[in-house]
Design a protein around this ligand. Structure first.
Ligand code: XUL
Ligand code: MN
Length: 344
């Protein structure tokens, strides 16, 4: 029995289209996904604002709240919580050059409108967190905007969100690049610095995604550990990634089992989840996956996480202590390898 609770977003089951080719599977409707997520054992759903309220631009603030309240009833039916709402600031015509740090003042105002609506939706769904994945916040042309100005815009935008709602928590999901060339706030360390510069650092933290850390050339478990040490790991997006290339969102653990083990271990050792935090799985199926296997990557990620949790439960801390005292890291490393290979 896992000690953790798991969460997932509707985008984690998708039809397989990529930048180079069309969909390879049927779209699955939202209600069918919800039922299946509940059946697979997920406890909470993560939302973009327009996952919760599709076609959000067409509605008034009151209508948006009403639609979110109707969604809450649907979630209740499946006994699912909402974990967070994330303004999707990368699809709309107003966000071509970014959101909070767009060079257009009108577009920056639009981005704030989406952030405020995300907060309204979160409240209706009974959650207190919004996630900012800063997809287009940065530059495609380095000279197009100052990184100093852009960083200050981000801090000012977060301050406005904190002022808009005294209870809301703002969780930044850092990523060093893609779709932007050079991002602002690319790692969990940047997130901690931005948090410290806001009017209420206790309400600003991070969402560490394994693949994003790897894209920055960093180790996900160490990034998780850094945020935990600061008391600011609000959620995680676990997945895997084959080195520094396009963002892959692979099934958790399939590329680097030892790195995955250490992510589970650091979460477990430090009481992650004790304050209601979820283990989010931000994984995507391969394009080649057939319709009948549309949820396999989620099932596999859950299984791999739970198997690794069992390995972490078994971890022999006495032996580790002895190895450290003798400075025998060869023995410690081999012990971990044997533990993972099941040949202890
Ligand atoms: C993008 C990414 C997104 C966010 C949600 O790389 O990870 O799925 O997690 O907007
Ligand atoms: Mn993510």
């Amino acid at each position: 029995m896992s000690k953790f609770k798991f969460s997932v977003g509707p985008w984690n089951v998708h039809a397989g289209a990529d930048s180079y080719g069309p969909a390879t599977r049927q779209e699955i409707d939202f209600d069918t996904k919800l039922a299946k997520f509940a059946e697979l054992g997920f406890s909470a759903i993560q939302f973009h604002d327009d996952d919760a309220v599709p076609n959000i631009n067409a509605y008034t603030e009151e209508e948006i709240k009403e639609k979110a309240a109707a969604l809450k009833k649907k979630l209740d039916k499946y006994n699912l919580a909402a974990e967070f709402v994330a303004p999707r600031l990368w699809m709309d015509d107003h966000t071509i050059d970014g959101g909070f740090m767009s060079t257009s003042e009108k577009d920056r105002e639009y981005a704030m409108w989406r952030a405020y609506r995300s907060i309204d939706i979160a409240k209706e769904l009974g959650c207190d967190m919004i996630v900012l994945w800063l997809a287009r916040e940065g530059t495609l042309c380095a000279e197009s905007k100052s990184p100093v100005w852009a960083t200050k815009q981000l801090i000012a935008a977060i301050n406005k969100m904190l002022e808009y709602d005294p209870k809301i928590r703002v969780c930044i999901e850092p990523k060093p690049n893609e779709p932007i060339d050079r991002s602002i706030c690319g790692t969990i360390g940047h997130v901690m610095a931005v948090s410290a510069a806001t009017i209420d650092p206790s309400r600003v933290g991070g969402n560490l995604e394994s693949a994003h850390a790897i894209l920055a050339g960093l180790d996900p478990a160490h990034e998780i550990g850094f945020a935990l040490a600061m008391g600011k790991l609000m959620t995680v997006h676990l997945n895997d990634q084959n080195g520094i290339r396009y963002d892959q969102d692979k099934t958790f653990g399939v590329e680097n089992l030892r790195a995955a083990f250490n992510q589970v271990k650091v979460l477990k050792e430090n009481g992650y989840g004790d304050h209601g935090e979820y283990v989010g799985l931000d994984v995507k199926a391969m394009r080649t996956t057939r319709d009948e296997d549309s949820y396999k990557h989620l099932e596999n990620s859950l299984s791999i996480f739970k198997y690794l949790e069992e390995k972490a439960d078994k971890f022999d801390y006495e032996f580790q202590k002895k190895c450290v005292a003798n400075r025998d890291f060869e023995a410690l490393e081999m012990y971990v390898m044997k533990l993972l290979m099941g040949v202890e």
